[in-house]
Design a protein around this ligand. Structure first.
Ligand SMILES: [Zn+2]
Length: 175
């Protein structure tokens, strides 16, 4: 899955669980495994062997990330922990090969090279395209739900990360 799928579906899930959840940094953590692994592939091509889903897409990285943000943010950490874990789920890291998911327990390095055929299959996967469309629709729904075209609602969202209440009686729209 790509940017819209990860960001949209993750923000939608967090908002569905808690309407008062702070959504501001959720997109960054929804994309963090990719933000770690794509540069790693550029910096250490001998290690990644063409794989753009490596250490950041493992349960080990997810566990370390979850522990660090929990110790830092405690009860407020759950949207970020969910965002990271949901990234692995939306990428369906258990499919095809579990070497990355269980890294480093099934071998430290990525010996089998990633092939162009795998890239093509990934790009043509309906899960990926469908996920992007679904993510876009969720983002539009959140934008409309929070009335983010309204300057006051937008300011309140940027300050708190919480979307305006759909009733219009939310504290952010009361003058
Ligand atoms: Zn990914």
């Amino acid at each position: 899955m790509f940017i819209l799928g990860h960001v949209g579906l993750t923000c939608g899930a967090v908002h569905a669980i808690d309407r008062e959840a702070d959504l501001r940094f959720v997109p960054i953590f929804a994309l963090l495994p990719d933000l770690l692994d794509k540069p790693l592939d550029l910096l250490l091509p001998g290690f990644t062997n063409g794989w753009t889903r490596t250490i950041g897409h493992s349960l080990s990285a997810s566990a370390v990330f979850s522990l660090v943000v929990f110790l830092w943010k405690r009860k407020k950490s759950w949207p970020w922990i969910l965002a990271y874990g949901l990234h692995l789920a939306l990428d369906r890291m258990w499919m095809r090969d579990t070497h990355t998911l269980f890294w480093p327990f099934q071998g430290f390095s990525f010996d089998v090279p990633w092939t162009d055929e795998q890239t093509l299959r990934h790009l043509l996967d309906p899960w990926v395209g469908g996920g992007e469309i679904a993510g876009l629709l969720v983002l539009v729904a959140l934008f409309v739900r929070g009335r983010l075209w309204n300057a006051r609602a937008k300011r309140a969202f940027l300050a708190t990360g919480v979307l305006a209440k759909p009733s219009g009686r939310g504290p952010d729209l009361v003058s």
